[in-house]
Design a protein around this ligand. Structure first.
Ligand code: ZN
Length: 143
């Protein structure tokens, strides 16, 4: 088989594939750093091993890919044209899993935030996170 990539190109492509689902999470992490928020990653003792945990805010953040986690109304959450039934089965089990995890976390007293991949791509996640994480504080301060 002919290798269509040079070695250098290949390793670049491979690293892009490997990093595919960690990159969006990195954007969120650097935003949190920038705002001096302390967090932990993938705490295994919490339901669904949340991507990011903010203990002081008692908040867990899941960084969700729009396609796999079916972001409603999102252009990235398209339905593949073939094997439609298989995909739909897979999607609905992903969804049920997400709902279960979120309600488990909530039951344990954690606030659950979801950051969608598309919001990371267009940068709007920052305003949303700010709103969710700092609103409470602002309300306390105004009392
Ligand atoms: Zn989306």
């Amino acid at each position: 088989m002919t290798d269509i990539f040079s070695a250098e190109k290949r390793s670049e492509v491979m690293s892009r594939i490997r990093g595919a689902d960690t990159r969006p999470e990195k954007a969120v992490r650097s935003w949190l750093h920038h705002h001096w928020l302390r967090f932990r990653l993938h705490r295994p003792d919490l339901p669904g091993r949340p991507d990011i945990v903010l203990p002081r805010h008692r908040t867990v953040i899941f960084v969700h890919g729009c396609f796999w986690h079916r972001h409603e109304g999102c252009r990235l959450a398209y339905l593949p044209k073939s094997n439609v039934e298989t995909w739909q089965r897979k999607f609905s089990s992903n969804r049920a899993r997400d709902v279960g995890i979120a309600s488990e976390c909530a039951r344990l007293g954690w606030r659950v935030l979801v950051v969608w991949e598309c919001a990371i791509r267009d940068g709007t996640f920052a305003a949303d996170l700010k709103e969710s994480l700092f609103r409470e504080k602002a309300e306390e301060g105004s009392r």
